[in-house]
Design a protein around this ligand. Sequence first.
Ligand code: ADP
Ligand code: MG
Length: 611
Amino acid sequence: MTDRTGPPAAAVTAPAEAGATPARAAGSGAPRIVDLLRLLRGSGRTVGAAFALIVTGTVLGLIQPLLTMRLIDRVSAGEAIASLVVMLAVLFLAQAMLEAGGQYLLDVTGENVVRRLRRRLVERLLFVRVQELDSRRIGDLLSRVGTDTTVLRDMVAGSFVQLVTVCLTGVGAAGLMLWIDPVMFLVVAMTLVVAAVAVTGVMVGIRSSTEQALASVGTMTADLERVLGGIRTVRAGRAELREAERIGADVDAAYTAGVRSARLGSVVGPAIEVAVNGSFLFVLLIGAVRVSNGSMAVSELVAFLLLATYLVMPLAGLFSAFSLIQRGLASLGRVEDVLRLPVEETANAPANATALPPVTGAPVLLDLQDVSFSYGERPVLRGVSFSVPRTGLIALVGRSGAGKTTIVSLVEKFYEPDGGRILFDGTDIRGIDPRAHRARMGLVEQHAPLLHGTLRDNLVYAAPDAGEERIREALRMVNLEELVERLPDGLRTEVADRGFSLSGGERQRVAIARALLARPELLLLDEPTSQLDPINERELTDALREISRERALLVVAHRMSTVRAADRIVVLDDGRVSSVGTHEQLLEKDPFYRRLTTDHLTRSATDRSAA
Ligand code: ADP
Ligand code: MG
């Protein structure tokens, strides 16, 4: 995973990722503790070192009561104790340092776990099928990458050390107690079993409220993301308070779940406390009796009481470890849910499986044959057939909602048709690697987004090795040279992440230049001139005509000037092709087209003067 710049590298790393996803079959229920341990894969050495330090520290801790026992014996016998005191002090210090070192290593492990998970999540998300992302709340996905991984980090850093310490101390202390006085050990053990059973019951409840809390945080993030993304509409609608209230409800839901788990947790604390103090009192009473009748030494009672606290006190730690683990399990479920999202088949195919069939040079480049499609229940495309020749400008027109963008999505293989075939250069695209397929096409989305980086980065996005000459040429075609001159750093100007610094029309022209630069065989343009002024639109239409001499252009058009410039027009009426032809032919034969041109297609000033 060193080279992550080029697309082939991504295609190569992706299958490894797919192999690394949890072995459990998709949807086979909630993760278990073993799945948490699997997170530590790759940190084996650090975890081993951490445990070695912690185990040593714990053992040193267990020696202390024995030394104390010896100390009391020596005091009662009137012997010197200086060396024992020094030994005890050294033990304290050594224990503290070993445990601190172990904790540090576990913290580092936690950070590594987060890093690995986030990298996997990010890579996965970028390969997940568009269709899957369309149906999910992006904000919720973000909260899984951000929040849930953090929960897992805290669990790794916080719970394992406690579990190990508690178990070791518990077993060690129990052994020593058994050795000192088996009868009294039984007394302590019974109280503990009762406490443990009660705690386990509460844990289950805590896990479910944690899952609810995390889900609410996911909803909150998703809603907030949407609202901030559309803040202008929110403000214009004076809906700030309403939105704050709505998102506040998610916050409240997280609160309710949190309080519920706090309430459950608060039961555990006192229960443990009662068990601890009860057993302590019990040990003290029985111990006092046994000391008075001579069956136990005072030093043994002191050591025993110390050991009893060793056994019982960590119960609180055990409890917090368990609640961390419960939360970790809830978060791991949400993270694995993302890691299981279906990726495009390209991500699972070796990089060299992308070979395309040889170019045939046939006159028809793109051929839709009886294509039908529905998003869920409602049919959107019904038996759509038309073709795009190797060169020339084909316009796709229709009312909004007719399915034009859907056709573009199918041609790009973002979605698969339910019926019919789409042939590219004579081959059904169904069996073709989507990334290789997309390399032959350029796409200008309806809402042309700018991605991060400089204007230049945005232009060469699909053609990283395009030279200065080609960039200038593309800029000239979309009439953007003037903009570049106006920008403070020219092509090196950072264009804001969401393109706020550029107008809609400028953004659109950047997107077109980007698509042109890749010199694709087929250019897909989805309403590319919707935000352009008539002059720019006219010039762009001329440029498109120019380009269409060498390559195929499929333009979803809603402006008359583009439509009239087309070699052929495909008219889409509610998911069906109503007719195909030139502007003049269609005016004559298709009444729907006539209505469309008068009512729907925007006529710009230049059109009217030309008409
Ligand atoms: P056009 O681009 O012609 O305006 P679209 O292809 O975008 O139309 O949409 C066609 C129909 O499909 C519309 O009714 C739209 O509501 C619906 N649609 C578009 N995208 C989705 C989607 N991701 N999920 C569900 N329905 C969708
Ligand atoms: Mg559309």
